[in-house]
Every structure is written in structure tokens, then in C-alpha cells.
Design a protein around this ligand. Structure first.
Ligand SMILES: [Zn+2]
Length: 665
């Protein structure tokens, strides 16, 4: 069974520790919080021992469903970026062409709300005029191409992406695009809630069209026609489940086949305009493309023009005056300007962030930790008795070739060609988008670039890419509680070490076993390997079935198995690597904690989010990660190393008996 796809890859590439953004951060008064709660016996409840003081001092903010040190540090990361951009923007005399000038001018243009207000609709008036002047199907196509170059989603989307069958190459991938509501169900589903969603959407479209000058009645009529067009297109899309299925979206297509699939689209002109090489591509949903082709022939030009207007207005509205931007999320302006600047000019923001917050010594230290983890894990795998020799060889080769990208990419994007000014916010956004679209298109038909990150270096998140056999750890993520240059090795190995080691096991566990050394979907485990893995995993899934949040509500062992096994291996591997790094010269205890104890405390504090009961119930149903408390207790109670570090007696809550102890890797 092939379980890897472009879509699945996307799922795997989501941030490892993603948390919703928060606008009112709880400010931790770190200085007064004791490191651990000494009234609690670590052998009874290690989660409370390591996390109770912080949780008491930092209750979950009202608008959040979970909260912990990582979430609080995200806020610090955002504040640092804001301070950086504010500082840069105060000076106007940075040299032309420098990234300082780019960031200074762009951030200032975003913050200049009175200028944005004065300009009103003017910044996009030329684009609206172009849409107005559409008189023929050929003009319409030109309009679509023009909007695509500015990353305005209309009709379909075409972007360069890794070929999931041959990850070493980068090809064009065609997807459904330009639907204002998310997903098929939003257009076709029944029930009062969805009807309301559609009504509100139609109202919003009518409102935007009216703001842009359409008489009210015409705006209403257009909004109905637009919703009808989008509904017909939505009917031809796959539902969420099918769209996430490998087989359903894997349609290798030649350029000639693409022309046959949707002859109404002038693909030659599209490719020529975009400067793209015509080669093999993938069409995720051919059915959608055929329907779009039919609509381009059958739907009146006037409806298409209104649709293009509405998509442009929707895409540009956050960057226009207040009456357009009203649907925005209510976050403070500075916060949004930070996010927008980072998402448009990520490498410029990342460079400045790294200059200030991530010295070369930090990169070297994390690389050293990753190397130490790989050495221990390879050693472990080489001696694994349940895996066949051949399988072990592939696992070792995967670890040998593992690519850990630390802090910042080897190359930074070049923004030299982007023209940005302090008083033209939308034009700056458009220039940034244009550059990003062009850069992506230029890569089509070329080998995949491994150092092309999906997150900026300033990001507080990290991700793994199973197909590229890669982990990406941005500088913005490599900060306490995950990592700190001024922290002890015990803390760094216990936090980032255990986290990275966990992710390394994904390269060779059930998920990684579907992908060969080059990331192609070719399983390399035999049925015997799988059965042996499952046999050992059963211990872990039964253990987690035993953890409940209220009577009758417990973890589904099969759902959390993969992550729980990853944690178990991660902590053990990191601990062994830490021990090795001491080279027999253990540092002295500090503030009453031995280095070994500090290692486990660091692990528990990185993972120790408090989660609201409703959110815990949701996690039991859908989250492959165990609830933080059980991630900590469940993992550590399996480890003899933990028992020894805290001299826990046999029979303590945090000690599973020898016959119950689980071990997979
Ligand atoms: Zn994991």
C-alpha cells in the first residue's frame, strides 16, 4: 500500500509543534518560578514535578486551548521580530538594494495606515481596469495569467513541486484553485450552518464588488452568479478525504496530454508567459480541470469578469484601506505587518533574525547534537535483533544520508530585483509575490533543491520531510525550551535532542518504511519486519489504552502508537548520546539536580503543555500525539535510565515493572 503522496507529504511537512497564534501573550515572570516542584515526588508524577510551578504562574490564556513554554516562547519570537522590524524601519537611509532597506521600507509601508487609507482602491485600479477591458476568451486567459503571476488564485493553480514519484526532480503540479470557500463540502453540504457560511460568503463578495464601484443590484446579481460558478467547479473537485489520498491525486501528465485534457486553456501561452519549461507534470484532479475547461467555454464572459474581480479584491483586500480589510482577524496592526513581511520576504527577515539571535556557535552546537544522536541511533539499529539484515542495511543507509538543516539555509533568496517603497504597500506586496511566483516557476524541470525551506529561518516552528529524508530546524525554533547556547548539554540533549531523535526514527519507522533511499514510494520492510514491529508496538499501544482523562475516556492505542514509540526511542537515544558526550566526566549537580535529572526535566518541560479538558477529548479522537502529560509519564516510566536518575523504588507510579517495560528501537 502506497501511503505517500504530495498531499500526505504536505501533511507531514506541517510544523511539528504548531500552535495557534495568540494576540495577548501571558507574560511569564520566569525569575520567580521554581524550576521544579519539590513538594511533588518525581517518582510519583514527573509531569507535575517538572511543570506544576510554571503552569501555576502561566494559566492557559482565555483564547487558547493549550499553553506551555513553547507557546509562550513563540510570543517572544514574534516580539523579537517586531522589535527588529521597528528598529530597521526607523531608519530611511539604508543603502538602496540592501535587505535592511527592503525590510525598512516594506514594514513602514504596512504600518502607514493613513497613507493606505488615503489610497483607497487606487493601488489595484489598474488591475481592475484590465479585467474590465476583457472582450474575448483570449483576453480572459490573459487576465488569468496576469493574476496568477501575482499569486491571485483564479480558476486553477499551477506551481512547481517535488515529483512524489521521483523526489529528486521538481515538476509543475496543477491543482484546483480560486474557490473562495474551503472545500467541496462548503459549497454542496447541507445543514443550516453551511447555508449560513455560503450566505455570508455571497454577501462578502457582493460587498467587495460594491466597494469597488458596482451598483448594489449589479453586485448582488454578480455575487449569485459567482457563487453558482464556484459551486459547479466545486462539484467537480474531490472531497477532503479523497483529495488527501495518494492514488486519487497522482496523475502524471505530459504537456500534450494537458492540452488535450483542457483544450480551452492556452497552455502554450501560459507556459511561454511564465517562462516555464514544458515537461512532465502532475494534474491532481483531472475532473476539475475538465469542468473548468467547460466553464471557460460556456459561462458568459461577464460572469467570468465579475469572478476575476471578486478574486482579486479578496486577495488584495487585507492590504487595502480599512473598508476592504475589515474581514481581517483583529490582530494588532504591527503583529500582522510582522507576519506579512516575514511571509513575503522570509529570507531577508530570516537573515536579520539570525544575525541577531543565532550565532554560528549555536548552529555548530545543534549540528554536533544531531551527529551524536545519529551515531547512537545507527549503533542501535545495527544491533536490532527483530529487523532482517537487509532491512537494517536500508535503515542504516537512510540514517547515513539523513539531512539535518540547522538554523538557516545554505543560500538566501536574492531580493535585489524587488522594488519597494515606503508609501506603496500593495505594490510592495505585489512585487514580493511576483518574485516568489517567478522563483518557483524557474525551478520547474530542474533537480529538487534540498535547501529550499518551507519555513523562514525566523520561524518558531520546525518540520520533517520524509521524502527528502530531512529535518528543518529554523533558528526561530532553536531557542528555549528546545535549545539554548547558554544551557547545559543535559538540557539541550533532553529537549531538542529527544525531539530530533524522535523525528529521526520516523525516517525508518512505519512511515519511513514506505519510501526508499531517494524518497520514492517503494516499501522496503518485509511482512516479517512489519509483524515484528507491531508485536513490540503492542506493548506501547496497550500502555496508552490505560491512560484516561475521565472514566471510560482513554487514548486509542493504535492512534498514538507511532508517536509514542517515537518518543520512547527519542528520549532513550538522546539520553545515551548525552551520556556519551560526557566522556566519563559528569559535570557536578546544580541547584540540587544532577545532569541526568536535568536531562529528564528538560524533556518534560519541552513537552509539558497544559491542555483544556475539551481539547483533551478532541485529542483522544484525532491527534496521533498523546496528551502531553501522558507523553511524559508514559515515555519515562518505560525507561530504566529514568528510574536510576531519580532512584525511584520498584513499584513507584513512574516505574513500570521489568515485564511491562516497552522497548521497540
Ligand atoms: Zn513524531
Amino acid at each position: 500500500m502506497i501511503t505517500t503522496t504530495r498531499t500526505l507529504l504536505f501533511v507531514l511537512a506541517v510544523p511539528l509543534l504548531a500552535l495557534p497564534a495568540c494576540t495577548k501573550p501571558a507574560r511569564a515572570n520566569v525569575g520567580t518560578i521554581p524550576e521544579v516542584d519539590r513538594r511533588i515526588d518525581p517518582c510519583t508524577d514527573f509531569d507535575a514535578f517538572a511543570n506544576a510551578p510554571w503552569r501555576t504562574a502561566n494559566p492557559i490564556p482565555a483564547q487558547q486551548s493549550r499553553w506551555g513554554r513553547r507557546a509562550a516562547e513563540r510570543e517572544t519570537n514574534r516580539r523579537e521580530l517586531q522589535a527588529l522590524l521597528e528598529e530597521l524601519s526607523r531608519r530611511e537611509s539604508w543603502p538602496r538594494g540592501s535587505i535592511e532597506r527592503l525590510l525598512s521600507d516594506h514594514y513602514a509601508s504596512c504600518m502607514d495606515e493613513s497613507r493606505i487609507e488615503d489610497l483607497g482602491l487606487a493601488p489595484i485600479a489598474p488591475l481592475l481596469d484590465e479585467i474590465d477591458s476583457i472582450r474575448s476568451p483570449a483576453d480572459l486567459q490573459r487576465g488569468i495569467r496576469r493574476l496568477h503571476a501575482l499569486a491571485v488564485p483564479v480558476g486553477f493553480g499551477l506551481a512547481g513541486a517535488m515529483d512524489t514519484r521521483e523526489p529528486r526532480r521538481f515538476i509543475a503540479n496543477v491543482v484546483p484553485g480560486g474557490l473562495g470557500l474551503s472545500g467541496r463540502d462548503a459549497y454542496l453540504g447541507e445543514g443550516p450552518e453551511l447555508v449560513q457560511v455560503r450566505d455570508r460568503y455571497r454577501e462578502r463578495v457582493a460587498h467587495l464588488l460594491a466597494l469597488a464601484g458596482a451598483p448594489d443590484a449589479a453586485a448582488q446579481e454578480s455575487s449569485r452568479a459567482i457563487l453558482a460558478l464556484e459551486t459547479r467547479l466545486a462539484r467537480a473537485t474531490l472531497d477532503g478525504k479523497a483529495a488527501a489520498d495518494a492514488g486519487a491525486t497522482d496523475h502524471p501528465t505530459s504537456f500534450v496530454q494537458l492540452e488535450q485534457m483542457a483544450p480551452g486553456i492556452d497552455w502554450k501561452a501560459y507556459y511561454a508567459d511564465a517562462g516555464m519549461a514544458r515537461g512532465d507534470l502532475n494534474v491532481e484532479q483531472p475532473g476539475f480541470l475538465r469542468q473548468l475547461d467547460a466553464e471557460l467555454r460556456e459561462t458568459p464572459l461577464s460572469v467570468w469578469k465579475a469572478y476575476l474581480r471578486s478574486r482579486l479584491l479578496d486577495s488584495a483586500s487585507p492590504f487595502l484601506s480599512r473598508s476592504f480589510a475589515e474581514a481581517a482577524d483583529g490582530a494588532p496592526r504591527a503583529r500582522r505587518c510582522v507576519e506579512w513581511t516575514e511571509s513575503l520576504f522570509g529570507d531577508a527577515v530570516g537573515r536579520k533574525y539570525v544575525e541577531r539571535h543565532f550565532p554560528p556557535a549555536a548552529k555548530a552546537k545543534v549540528q554536533e547534537i544531531v551527529r551524536a544522536l545519529l551515531t547512537v541511533l545507527k549503533d542501535d539499529v545495527a544491533r536490532l535483533d527483530w529487523m532482517r539484515l537487509e532491512t537494517r542495511k536500508t535503515a542504516l543507509a537512510k540514517l547515513e544520508g539523513y539531512d539535518a538543516q540547522v538554523g538557516y539555509p545554505d543560500r538566501w533568496a536574492d531580493y535585489g530585483a524587488v522594488k519597494v517603497h515606503r508609501d506603496t504597500f500593495w505594490a510592495n506586496v505585489a512585487a514580493g509575490r511576483k518574485l516568489a511566483v517567478a522563483a518557483n516557476r524557474k525551478r520547474i524541470g530542474k533537480p529538487t533543491e534540498r535547501d529550499l525551506w518551507q519555513l523562514p529561518a525566523s520561524s518558531p516552528d520546525a518540520y520533517i520531510d520524509l521524502q527528502l529524508n530531512q529535518i528543518v530546524l529554523p533558528a526561530g525554533f532553536l531557542r528555549p525550551p528546545a535549545f539554548g547556547l547558554d544551557r547545559t548539554d543535559a538540557e539541550n540533549y533532553g529537549a531538542i535532542g529527544a525531539g530530533v531523535a524522535h523525528d529521526l526514527t520516523h525516517a525508518i519507522d512505519v512511515g519511513g518504511s514506505e519510501l526508499d533511499l531517494d524518497g520514492r514510494p517503494r516499501p522496503w520492510w518485509t511482512e516479517t519486519d512489519r509483524q515484528e514491529f507491531q508485536k513490540r508496538g503492542r506493548c506501547v499501544s496497550e500502555q496508552f489504552e490505560g491512560y484516561s482523562i475521565e472514566p471510560g475516556l482513554h487514548h486509542k492505542g493504535s492512534l498514538v502508537l507511532g508517536e509514542a514509540v517515537g518518543d520512547l526511542a527519542g528520549v532513550r537515544v538522546a539520553f545515551l548520546a548525552f551520556r556519551k558526550s560526557l566522556e566519563g566526566r559528569p559535570p557536578p549537580a546544580r541547584e540540587g539536580l544532577t545532569p541526568e535529572q536535568r536531562f529528564f526535566v528538560a524533556f518534560a518541560q519541552l513537552r509539558g503543555d497544559a491542555v483544556r479538558p475539551e481539547a483533551q477529548r478532541r485529542m483522544l479522537e484525532t491527534d496521533p500525539h498523546p496528551i502531553p502529560k501522558f507523553r511524559i509519564i508514559g515515555t519515562l516510566s518505560n525507561l530504566l535510565e529514568f528510574q536510576q536518575a531519580f532512584s525511584c523504588p520498584a513499584g513507584a507510579e513512574m516505574v513500570r515493572t521489568a515485564e511491562k517495560r516497552c522497548a521497540v528501537w
